[in-house]
Ligand binder design. Sequence first.
Ligand code: ADP
Length: 598
Amino acid sequence: MRLKLFWQFGLAFLGLLLAVLLAVDIFAARTLRRDYLRDAFDQLAALGKVAQARPPQLDDPTALRSWVAWLAQGGARITVISADGRVLADSAHDPEAMENHAGRPEIRQALASGEGRSVRHSDTLDRDLVYLALRQQPAGGQAVVLRLALPLKRIDEALAEIRWRLAGASLVILLVAGTIALGVSRAFSARVRRLEAFSRRVADGDFRPLPLERRGDELTALTRSLNETAARLDQTIRTLTDERNRSAAILRSMVEGVAVISAEERILFCNEAFARILGLQAGKSEGRRLVEVTRQAELLGVVKQVLAGREGVRSWLVMGTVRPRSFAVTAAPIAAAGANAGTEATAGAVLVLHDISELRRLERVRRDFVANVSHEFKTPLTAIQGFAETLLAGALEDQENRPRFLEIISEHARRLGRLTDDLLKLAQIEAEQMELDFRAVSVAELIEGCVETTRLRAEQKQLTLAAECPDGLPAVGGDRARLAEVLQNLLDNAVQYTPAGGRVTLRARAAEREVIITVSDTGIGIPQADQERIFERFYRVDAARSREVGGTGLGLSIAKHIVEAHGGRIWVESTVGQGSDFHFSIPAMSPSSEVFRA
Ligand code: ADP
């Protein structure tokens, strides 16, 4: 590019210089010739006057020849020609050898008007001459023409000299101006190259501005405007990148699966949640057809409807067979860019998959709960109602059965009371209204208290009750009464579900940052399938038996809530026919703090 610019500048300059030189040459030649001719004619005219003042002797050839020689001393060539064109005398040539001159223009002019001028080539002398011809009329004789001539050579010499000087000056000008032009064009093309490199740098994403030159010309203005453009581009790209990062972060952190589907039903974008839900490889599904990655007819149907122009289609689908999960599907069309309102062109669809499995489960739990509660209340209420009506119908008089009936009514009323107590407790816990009085609780004391309460019942059932609590156990942080409730519940269950002659053991051990308390029995055990569910509300392995012994099916559920409210865990290990081990852990009291958790 540098070369191109240089040549462009150089040729333009050279062309200009040549044009100027040519003009100067033509002008100088013309002026010089004009001036020279005027001078030459003036000179010849002066000489002519001298000749006319002393006219020649025409009839004496010798006298005429010497007169011509005398006049030629004035520097001009002198010729005397008769009216019929014959050369009578010539200062530069032998008149005998000269041809007839009647046809020469200056001669004809002079014969016609007295004076003739011409500038032409002389055949006789073979050179260019300036001629002045004057008619001379001697008294009583034939008219002759006196012709004076000066060579043009001097003009040519002067012109040649001027041309040489001009050429010399031009060479100097060419050298000086060429050097200057080279320097200017070099500097110019360097500046242009700098701008070119800058624009390439901007295209590559480097937006640092170019330092401004002190010159205030167009290139500086261009630099300034390029700098502004780069700064604006930088700002726009930053804003766009920020926005994109923000959207990407939002989409990434969303638990909902989001996907953008093209009008050709290809996945243009999907977030990780979407890929996870459909079991796709994250980041590798873009560009694939939806029908290739999923067989979900429901999902495909929804997309088709939206692409056909339907607004906000909703549906739901179930994914997975082993652990089925339910999803609500919402799909909305993306208006095609440039589509006018009213036209139905859709550029694609946005799909949102929302996991509603938990919602569904909670709905089911709530439904089951209501059914369970009604069921639990129904038995005692039916019994109370039945026996009360029997009493009213006359059994009140029946001295023998009356106490038994009343006893039954009272027993069922107590059961109702226990049920409502447990339900209230559960409701409180679940509403997170349970107030825990956190303190340091000694595990040994906790175990001792519960063992004391249970000892009598264990003895009645002929069970061996033992407690193994090592010394130096750390205190746990928690609500003493609530923790006692948990332990008591586990102990009661152990006694309850262990046949006579069995053994119930309480153990406590310190683990990392927590204390684990275990209640083991040698009782009936819990089938594997039920082990996970016994902590659910109202779940009982043998509902009839539990009810018979006054159980509500809520004990373990309440225990689980209390333990979790303390930041611990509860779990069971059990073998049917051999016994069960119920464990629960409570975080140990941190030695540095008085109150573990507020
Ligand atoms: P319940 O009032 O029926 O005892 P829980 O919530 O305390 O209610 O217990 C739920 C169910 O777990 C019981 O009905 C019983 O089937 C089973 N279960 C609890 N503890 C034991 C145990 N130690 N041995 C065998 N089964 C148990």
